[in-house]
Design a protein around this ligand. Sequence first.
Ligand code: SAM
Length: 416
Amino acid sequence: MSELPFKELESLSLLRDLPNPKPQPSDKRGYGELASLYTAFSLDFAGSLLSKLAAHERTEIFDPFGGMGTVGEAGRSLPLQVTLNDISPFASLSGLFRTSQRDALLRAFDSVKAIEFDESSGNEREIFLTAIREVSASEEPVISWMGSANDEGCQAELLAVHLLCLIRIETHRSYRGSNPTWTKKARGEEISLAHLDDARSLVLGKAASYVASLPETHLDFKANHSCGDVSDPRLVDGQFDAILTSPPYPNRTDYIRHYLPGTELLIGGDEAAERRLREDQIGTPLIRKEIPNPQLPESVVEIIGKIGAHESYASASYYVKGYQFYFADMDQTLRNFHSWLRNDGVAAIVVQDAYYKELRIPVPDLLIDMAAAVGFKLEERLDFKVKQALSNLSAGARRSAPKKHVQETCFLLKKA
Ligand SMILES: C[S@@+](CC[C@H](N)C(=O)[O-])C[C@H]1O[C@@H](n2cnc3c(N)ncnc32)[C@H](O)[C@@H]1O
């Protein structure tokens, strides 16, 4: 790949005056009407940073933890090539939806409107799986062929599949617990055709308003999509000018579970596949078989030591393992970022502090130390106060440290 000289980055200019990454009411009125954006950053934040990157001729952008696809929607009116990846197939299809042309989206609406839900197939999940086979003409689970999301032919089918996932999520609203990261699993429930039709009308109505509000794509905008574990090194070294992303935090968030009614449809209800996806998530609440032991900076080793030595129940035997997995995964991730970026490429990373009981885990500081150890230098840093901490969503977490000071940080790394 040729290495054209970049326009010089003005020192301390990329993050200056960026808006707060916290999702805004406008985000909730947009794609947030269709799926929860509980760990997303705001369109405004992503759009401001992408405009600056475009102005500095950094046009090959990668979000390896694409989530609901905010970077994709924010980039669609700019001359950028945006690549979105996520381990969650539901997240990957959200990214496809938010970066698609309006006419492709409207065609998907028509095919979903035309579905005649087939009650004879039994329980509600089967009804949705049958509908998916109708719009996609494939017997295989969607996850096995969604790698073709970049082919125009398959895009139309995947957009219709995504609408069906959103409709199933709508029919599962009552399965959400008080902790928003947890959605109960439906087990063979029945559903009436009237309920299905109401959910379809509601979702298609909201989706139509959302699509009407989307800007046309820039002539030079292009989006690529992949669904996979960030540790899977299928990418070319030096491929990207910039990474803009918000990785998971060590707070046991289960993204697969949160969007489960959608994900289940994409993996064809395969429980072993669901378990694998949940285990492979960074920050997973599940315990994997192997405990990793990479060389990590002193600051990280010290925090892991404090968690292991905490007096609370099962800190040493159980909870510390989650932090060992998290920091080992993020170490490998930062090494990959370093390889995937061109020389002089930049990585803008957004993360929040986390807490173990009352112990503050300064995640941004720790990731910055880890990034330095793999060959990055810190260019800029911007801290924002946070009202609703992601590590404080459960009642138990709120009890153990009711007055947590939490901040969200955006930091910019450059290859040293
Ligand atoms: C903080 S969210 C990103 C939110 C995103 N910025 C947005 O605006 O919606 C982190 C994402 O990382 C994904 N993720 C977790 N583990 C992963 C892994 N091993 N490989 C790739 N993606 C992963 C999760 O599915 C989740 O969507």
